[in-house]
Design a protein around this ligand. Structure first.
Ligand code: CMC
Length: 433
């Protein structure tokens, strides 16, 4: 698949001179003005903080239509995948571009499964962290350190090494996240159990203890698998762009994914699921919702309704719909449908969706609004929410990183700036300042 140049032309007139800019046509979505030659020809930059109007790359992986509330992985709608597929099948789809045959899927499963254990020396590495470290802090460190443990998959110019690094990260991220959790509890690490599914194995590594049997509940396993699928990729979001930017310099894949994890941690991105549940608990009861709605509307309060709003979705977040169904299923299974936090969440959603402020700004519940409720019901502390997001997004980051390495137009990422600092001035000796 390639971008086509259209007959449309954009013209920039500057000081009486016209500059014709080609207009590119994607398979889906709005046309894109190609400004690559603008600086060279017109000696002018464009200004776009937050890249709200700028495409940074060509991509074939994920497509979002924010107005329709549509999310496609390699063309397949997320609702269909959430209903019919599994996270590992989605991993294959994102990495290689098409749904696998039964044989390809079995082979992929076997390859991922073979890599679920981490180097034994890593156990000692974990011991260097304080027990009360946030698991995201531990994950940034440990995933970055993978480049010190797996020297045979660092050469980004070798397709085989790139492939091994990809499989290693998909396989080991759940193990590393579960180890970070166990370490924070002071419990022994639980080794992966390869007879279990990807999601089941993760639950087992988090909740099993040597002294007792732990049987993975199929409903929780399915809900975890769905959470993973729904978070698997989301085109050029902040952490994915971070991975691409880090990778654009030729950094090794483990370092790039560690950079993505660091970016994901922020409360405006992956940290929102933790922040959202903490907010719902702080609200505590339905009668306090108006107070928080008023705070969210007050620009001076600095408060935002966590789990609401999205840079791209301006109608609804299709992931939130699936997540809401899962929340009902999981809480039903556990017999806690009357959970007060869920009541607050449902009422908050109802009020916000009929409030002028939220309607006019097109602020809808996003994927994080319900995921925290499910994860808490499963028994995870809030500090594990973002690590679970990181496990799920790993395949997206790697797929985008691999795509970037193979892109003939790829250059080191190097944005320009609109400098508003002091003009040149001369150094003044300290005695005369
Ligand atoms: N609560 C109250 N007001 C909001 C919210 C919110 N959650 N989100 C946006 N607004 C207002 C904002 O104040 C601004 O108002 P005005 O136009 O009067 O200045 C307007 O809506 C547009 O906001 P923005 O910050 O320019 O929008 P953005 O596209 O840059 O930000 C966002 C998107 C997700 C960072 C933002 O909506 C937000 O901070 N939401 C809460 C955090 C959250 O739930 N993040 C998870 C995103 S989904 C998971 C992921 O992809 O990581």
């Amino acid at each position: 698949m390639t971008t086509t140049t259209t007959n449309r032309k954009a013209t920039l007139t500057l000081d009486g001179k016209d500059y014709d800019l080609p207009v590119l046509h994607p398979t889906l979505g709005p046309d894109v003005v190609d400004i690559r030659k603008l600086y060279g020809e017109a000696d002018i930059f464009t200004y776009d903080p937050g890249f709200t109007s700028t495409a940074s790359c060509e991509s074939t992986i994920t497509y979002i239509d924010g107005d329709l509330g549509e999310l496609l992985y390699r063309g397949y709608p997320i609702e269909q995948l959430a209903d019919k597929s599994t996270h590992l099948e989605v991993c294959y789809l994102l990495l290689y571009g098409d749904l696998p045959t039964a044989g390809q899927l079995a082979d992929f499963n076997a390859r991922v499964t073979r890599h679920t254990m981490v180097h034994e020396q890593m156990h000692y590495f974990f011991r260097g962290f304080r027990r009360d470290s946030h698991p995201m802090a531990t994950m940034v460190g440990v995933v970055g350190a993978m480049s010190a443990f797996y020297h045979d998959s660092l050469d980004i110019n070798d397709p085989w090494q790139r492939e091994v690094a990809a499989i290693r990260m998909i396989a080991k991220l759940p193990t590393i996240a579960a180890m970070a959790y166990k370490y924070s509890l002071g419990q022994p690490f639980v080794y992966p159990k390869n007879s279990l599914s990807y999601a089941g194995n993760f639950l087992h590594m988090c909740f099993a203890i040597p002294a007792e049997d732990y049987v993975v509940s199929p409903v929780l396993e399915k809900a975890m698998d769905r959470i993973m699928m729904l978070h698997a990729d989301h085109e050029q979001n902040a952490s994915t762009s971070t991975v691409r930017l880090a990778g654009s310099s030729g950094a090794n894949p483990f370092a790039c994914i560690a950079a993505g994890i660091a970016c994901l941690w922020g409360p405006a991105h992956g940290g929102a699921n933790q922040a959202c549940l903490e907010m719902l608990k702080e609200i505590g009861s339905v009668d306090r919702i108006p107070e928080y709605i008023a705070k969210a509307k007050d620009k001076n309060s600095g408060f935002r309704l966590m789990g609401f709003g999205h840079r791209v979705y301006k109608n609804f977040d299709p992931r939130a719909k699936v997540m809401k169904e899962s929340a009902d299923e999981v809480l039903g299974l556990l017999g806690i449908e009357d959970n007060p936090i869920l009541q607050v969440a449902k009422e908050l959603e109802r009020i916000a969706l009929s409030d002028d402020y939220f309607v006019s700004k097109k602020l809808y519940p996003n994927v994080d609004f319900y995921s925290g409720i499910i994860l808490e019901a499963m028994g995870f502390p809030t500090s594990m929410f973002t690590p679970i997001f990181a496990i799920s997004r790993t395949v997206g980051w790697i797929s985008q990183w691999k795509e970037m390495i193979g892109d003939k137009n790829q250059k080191i990422g190097r944005p320009r700036q609109l400098y508003i600092g002091p003009k040149r001035r001369d150094y003044v000796d300290v005695r005369h300042r």
